[in-house]
Design a binder for this molecule. Structure first.
Ligand SMILES: [Zn+2]
Length: 404
């Protein structure tokens, strides 16, 4: 075993405003005395946050390492996805809710990207929708209790909520035919004065309830009140994304549970820590709870208006130590490894590149240096390795699903 075949990876921290102050600094062993928000840790080759790989005691960008050794991506991966890492791996700490978003499918991304290029829309323009020609499916697994919005609720539940929330009277005509598309389009195209006329009284009613601790996280009202407080301070326009807090399924994941966001499924992360794995893309349409550009016609064209029952992924057991969170995405697979102190984990030989991160404990790949909590490492395609648990350990592994 040549230890140089496993590379320590230094991820890139993104200090977005919505990030938490403690989880990621603690994971990475940093003090964070300046109380900066630590939102995301990125592991991959994304140009806005590339990881550094340590080779012969020197850090080099992971993309450079892979350019010098395309065989480390694996022949099949290069043939299907091109000579680059097909995924981006993250740890997220959501303190303040994120925008509502939806991602296009592959065919939509390819034609949309081409269309905007031909129309001469600059890649950096704020109204540019397609940043690349790829889809962006995402899978995530909760590390703490995790709250999110995911897919439209069933029509009967939406009807009940419109009935129950007194301020939503004006929405009833839009849902007369129990058509989610009609209702959502109506809400998204409503003049701002109409939005304010509904959300201001809702804000006024919910605020004292929230302050008095009378709302529970299981209620959309809790998150609506939080949105008013966090995103719409006095004097700021009401954000119509608040309606989606009621229209979408409110999901709570327990640690170890996962969920997959496929193309067209609206979603928003509300609170919690997770590991997330996604295809290499920046294509996103926003649907509110944001100050960023919202292109309503494009949003409507890419949303799936079918009601969904959220499918919680428990992870399929592969061995005594490993679970897989299977999804339909060909670009990536997320596995979990649990090792007790002294146990060994023999990895299956993968024909694609892998990135592993130690979330708890410490492991050493046999013949290698040890990797401790917060450290990540890159394993080239085809490399045979085993991990030895130095303590009780929790590791997440990003890989490419077998191509055959
Ligand atoms: Zn997303």
């Amino acid at each position: 075993m040549n230890w140089q075949q496993v590379f320590l990876l230094e991820g890139k921290v993104q200090h977005y405003d919505w990030g938490g102050y403690e989880y990621l600094p603690q994971l990475l062993g940093l003090a964070n005395q300046a109380q900066q928000p630590y939102a995301e840790l990125w592991m991959g080759t994304h140009p806005r946050g590339e990881s550094m790989a340590w080779k012969n005691d020197h850090p080099i960008p992971l993309s450079e390492l892979l350019e010098s050794r395309p065989d480390w991506l694996g022949e099949g991966v290069v043939a299907q996805f091109g000579p680059k890492l097909p995924y981006l791996f993250k740890v997220l700490d959501v303190r303040q809710m994120l925008s509502i978003q939806v991602h296009p499918n592959k065919a939509q991304a390819e034609s949309g990207f081409l269309r905007e290029n031909q129309a001469g829309v600059s890649l950096s323009a704020s109204h540019r929708n397609f940043k690349d020609d790829n889809h962006k499916p995402e899978v995530m697994v909760a590390l703490t209790a995790f709250w999110l919005l995911h897919g439209f609720r069933h029509e009967s539940e939406i009807a009940r909520l419109i009935e129950e929330v007194p301020e939503f009277g004006p929405l009833k005509p839009y849902f007369a035919r129990k058509d989610i598309f009609e209702l959502y389009k109506g809400v998204m195209e409503m003049p701002q004065a109409g939005v304010d006329a509904i959300l201001e009284p809702l804000d006024n009613r919910l605020r004292p309830l929230a302050e008095g601790g009378a709302l529970r996280k299981e209620q959309p009202e809790f998150w609506a009140a939080r949105a008013f407080e966090q995103l719409m301070p006095e004097g700021k326009a009401y954000d119509r994304g608040v309606f989606s807090i009621f229209l979408l399924n409110l999901v709570r994941l327990q640690p170890g549970q996962g969920i997959f966001q496929g193309a067209g499924v609206p979603h928003a992360y509300l609170e919690g820590v997770n590991v997330e794995l996604m295809a290499n893309s920046d294509n996103v349409f926003r649907g509110g709870l944001t100050t960023k550009h919202i292109d309503v016609p494009a949003l409507l064209a890419h949303l799936n208006f079918e009601a969904v029952t959220p499918r919680i992924l428990e992870g399929e057991r592969l061995s005594a130590a490993e679970w897989a969170y299977y999804t339909p995405a060909p670009d990536f697979q997320l596995n979990k490894i649990r090792l007790s102190a002294g146990e060994f984990y023999q990895a299956r030989v993968s024909d694609g590149p892998e990135i592993l991160i130690v979330i708890e404990g410490a492991v050493n790949p046999v013949g290698c240096q040890a990797f401790t909590r917060g450290q990540a490492f890159f394993v080239p395609a085809g490399h045979v390795y085993a991990l030895h648990g130095m303590e009780d350990s929790l590791i997440f592994k990003a890989l490419v699903p077998s191509l055959h």
